[in-house]
Design a protein around this ligand. Structure first.
Ligand code: BG6
Length: 480
């Protein structure tokens, strides 16, 4: 045998996710010496691929730099590929044999698979591919975790019958982002925030995700899910829980996730008054992709009313947050790429400055691009003037931490799986609550088919969304 310590299995190795995300991530971790020594990799999929062919598929996404050629070779030397079906036990026995040939080791299965084969694969893994003795097995799964509460529960029950919760790693890659992980430190490591982090001082919280491109050929997948399932129910809601949760007793995964679940339990399902839905149309003056609207994508069904943009106000009905809207906004084909959190504070009481210049304080946590934390605040206009003007206390990572290479979200998360840390993974009860919140709205939309408001590719989204922000106590200041 090879005396392997760990074998990392990529189930669905010939697919898109594997070549674009998983193999490149494993390569970066290997290159930077972050993986445990004697880690091997085995890809598994239906296609009769050779290792050189698989390598060729992945290389364009691996960002190999000059001088790293030998290292890449060394990486691929640790890789094997096994072709097999997703439903025949004999094939999984062959896979198991390939793992056993590496020696007695811990096993990590990354399921980069279409939902349709998910159940048969997990059944077979459980039946023939689990590690033995004192070695562990961990299973990494990706969304979609169902499409509503009932289907997600079915999937959860299926998995719970096969694996222990400690063996399951549900990925929400937003939990692997630097600034999302920073929320806990910001909130619980600073004396100044805890006394003001509540309904007495905070007017509204905005969590937004903007993307400057459309479906890019993923229209078929996207249309079945829509922006609410694709981004809001998972990524934005996860950020909300970290902004709103109480301080956990420790930084242990269970303590943190217990608090996140409590927040989710305090959120009622939104109704249509709390929602703006949009769908992009082509910009006749735009260039390239921008000319095409969502319905022009040939993989999108004709006349689809699937939203590509949504603003939803959620209300956390607990003592800390009662009355403070949490406005979640996400959209495709908008004017910029941006993900950020804005905590807007209440007006200063009894403003004494002439001209009504005093604006609300706002704490902005920019997740991407270029990570930053800044506090919008009032300061005297420098020089002879006695006026107050808006300025910022600014912690922009690019200028403050010049030499730090920010790891990609997937790098951190995959490393966490090796380490056995579930802090940044979604627990089954979090998933349950997330679907509980959004399912009534999703079902309503599916049944009533409200027509989304058209917005032009490359715009800010429907103007109705900006009006909505005002209604929910967010004062426009600058761009957001
Ligand atoms: C994914 C969504 O979960 O997140 C995509 O399915 C979206 O539609 C992506 O583009 C955004 O991730 P990131 O890390 O580029 O912001």
């Amino acid at each position: 045998g090879h005396g392997a310590s760990h074998v990392f299995l990529i189930m669905g190795a010939s697919g898109d996710l594997a070549k674009k995300k998983i193999y490149p991530t494993l390569w970066w971790l290997f290159r930077d010496g972050l993986l445990p020594p004697k880690t091997y990799f085995i890809g598994y999929a239906r296609s009769k691929l050779s290792m050189p062919a698989l390598q060729k598929n992945c290389l364009p996404y691996m960002k190999v730099k000059e001088g790293e050629e030998d290292k890449v070779k060394a990486f691929f030397k640790l890789n094997d590929y096994v072709a097999g079906s997703y439903d025949k036990t004999e094939d999984f026995m062959r896979l198991n044999k390939a793992i056993e040939e590496k020696g007695s080791c811990n096993r990590l299965f990354y399921l980069a698979l279409p939902p349709s084969v998910f159940e048969t694969v997990t059944l077979n893994l459980k039946a023939v591919c689990m590690s033995k003795g004192d070695k562990w097995t961990r299973i990494v799964v990706e969304k979609p975790f169902g499409r509503d509460l009932a289907s997600s529960n079915r999937l959860s029950n299926h998995l719970a019958a096969l694996f222990k919760e400690e063996e399951l790693y549900r990925i929400d890659h937003y939990l692997g982002k630097e600034m999302v992980q920073n929320l806990m430190v910001l909130r619980f490591g600073n004396r100044i925030f805890s006394p003001i982090w509540n309904r007495d001082n905070i007017a509204s919280v905005v969590i937004s995700f903007k993307e400057p491109f459309g479906t890019q050929g993923r229209g078929g997948y996207f249309d079945e899910f829509g922006i609410l399932r694709d981004v809001m129910q998972n990524h934005l809601l996860q950020i909300l829980t970290l902004v709103a949760m109480e301080k956990p007793p420790s930084t242990h995964a269970e303590d943190i996730r217990n608090e996140k679940v409590k927040v989710l339990k305090s959120i009622h399902s939104p109704n249509m008054e709390d929602v703006v839905l949009g769908q992009y149309v082509g910009d006749p003056n735009g260039s390239g992709d921008a000319k095409d609207g969502y319905l022009d994508d040939p993989t999108v069904p004709k006349g689809s009313v699937t939203p590509t943009f949504a603003t939803v106000a959620l209300h956390v009905q607990n003592e800390r947050w009662d009355g403070v809207p949490f406005i979640l906004r996400c959209g495709k084909a908008l004017n910029e790429r941006k993900a950020e959190v804005r905590v807007q504070f209440r007006d200063v009481a009894g403003d004494i400055f002439p001209g009504g210049e005093v604006k609300r304080n706002e704490l902005v946590i920019r997740v991407q691009p270029s990570e930053a934390i800044y506090m919008k605040m009032m300061a005297k206009t420098p020089g002879m003037s006695i006026n107050a003007e808006e300025s910022e206390l600014d912690l922009t990572y690019g200028s403050r931490y010049k030499d730090v290479k920010m790891p990609d979200a997937y790098e951190r998360l995959i490393l966490d799986v090796f380490m056995g840390s579930q802090i940044h993974f979604v627990r089954s009860d979090e998933l349950y609550e997330a679907w509980r919140i959004f399912t009534p709205l999703l079902h309503h939309i599916e049944k009533e088919k409200p027509k989304p408001i058209p917005y032009v590719y490359g715009s800010r989204g429907p103007p109705e969304s900006d009006e909505f922000f005002k209604k929910f106590n967010f004062t426009y200041s600058g761009t957001y």
